[in-house]
Structure formats: C-alpha cells, structure tokens
Design a protein around this ligand. Structure first.
Ligand code: DQA
Length: 149
C-alpha cells in the first residue's frame, strides 16, 4: 500500500504569536503566513496538509495520535516542548512514518537549555536556523521519503 500523502504540520506553544514575538529571533511572518506557504508547497508536492498549533501539550499529543493512523509523516516545531517533553517524544515514537523537526531559530546558537531536544531522538531530520523557510524544506524532504516508501 502506498504511504499516505497526508502530512501533519504541528506547532507548539507560543508559535501563535509568530510575527509579534521576538521578531529579531523568529522573524516577521505570522503563523497564518507559515500555514499558507505550507499549503502552497503541499499543492506543489501533492501533499494534503493538516496544520495545527496549540499551547497545550495534550492537544499536540492528540494530533500525533490522530496522524499515527492516517498520515504519511509529521513536520513538527515542538517549540519549548522540544526541550521538556518526554510525552511528545513517546507519542512520536509510536508513529512508524518519518518525523521532521523544525526550529525557526538556530537553537544551538542560543541558551544551553535549548541545545537538547527530546524530539530529535526520533526525527528523521532536524532543521534549525532557516527561519520559517525551514517548514518548506522539511515538507520537501518528507515528500521525497514518502515517494521512496
Ligand atoms: C523554537 C525554539 C525553541 O527553543 C523555542 O522555545 C520556541 C521556538 C524555534 O522555532 O526556533 O518557542 O522551536
């Protein structure tokens, strides 16, 4: 059976404030801009995008569980939960498809507590420091993996 072309793009806490929050770090694009560009790339790559953001860990876990049985992959910017959440790591570990981790900023150039991400342990790839463009790169890589599956 071919891999599903549904891709979940999940965003963690405070990313609803994109464009307003620390623009010197995260840029001027809003989350709506990011969603629109993911949808454009999705059309180009024949991927169906399910785009979500939440400030609540359990909601993100709920979407991961939903994706588990219907998606071909996940692009996730877990935001601060990257550095704290074993629960999100466990949810992603229960998925058999590729997971791409995205950070808008280069977390390795920032405070030491941002250098470790639990999610990286299960990610097929990690993109950090490419600004909001990183989402598009992650989707392109995911499409390649889905095509090759
Ligand atoms: C972030 C980096 C995290 O350390 C931070 O907590 C975020 C956003 C990024 O996209 O650069 O909220 O994931």
């Amino acid at each position: 059976m071919p891999a599903s072309r549904i891709v979940y793009v999940l965003n963690g806490p405070n990313l609803n404030l994109l464009g307003q929050r620390q623009p010197q770090i995260y840029g001027h694009e809003t989350l709506a801009d990011v969603e629109a560009s993911c949808r454009r790339v999705g059309v180009e790559l024949s991927l169906e995008i399910a785009f979500h953001q939440s400030n609540a860990e359990h909601e993100i876990i709920g979407w991961i569980h939903e994706a588990r049985t219907r998606a071909g992959g996940i692009v996730i910017n877990p935001a601060a939960y990257s550095h704290t959440s074993v629960a999100i790591l466990d949810a992603l570990s229960a998925c058999e498809f590729p997971v791409m981790e995205v950070h808008i900023s280069n977390i390795h150039r920032r405070e030491a507590f941002r250098h470790h991400s639990y999610v990286s342990a299960v990610a097929a790839g990690v993109i950090a420091g490419f600004g909001t463009e990183g989402y598009g790169y992650a989707l392109r890589r995911l499409a390649m993996l889905i095509d090759a599956a």
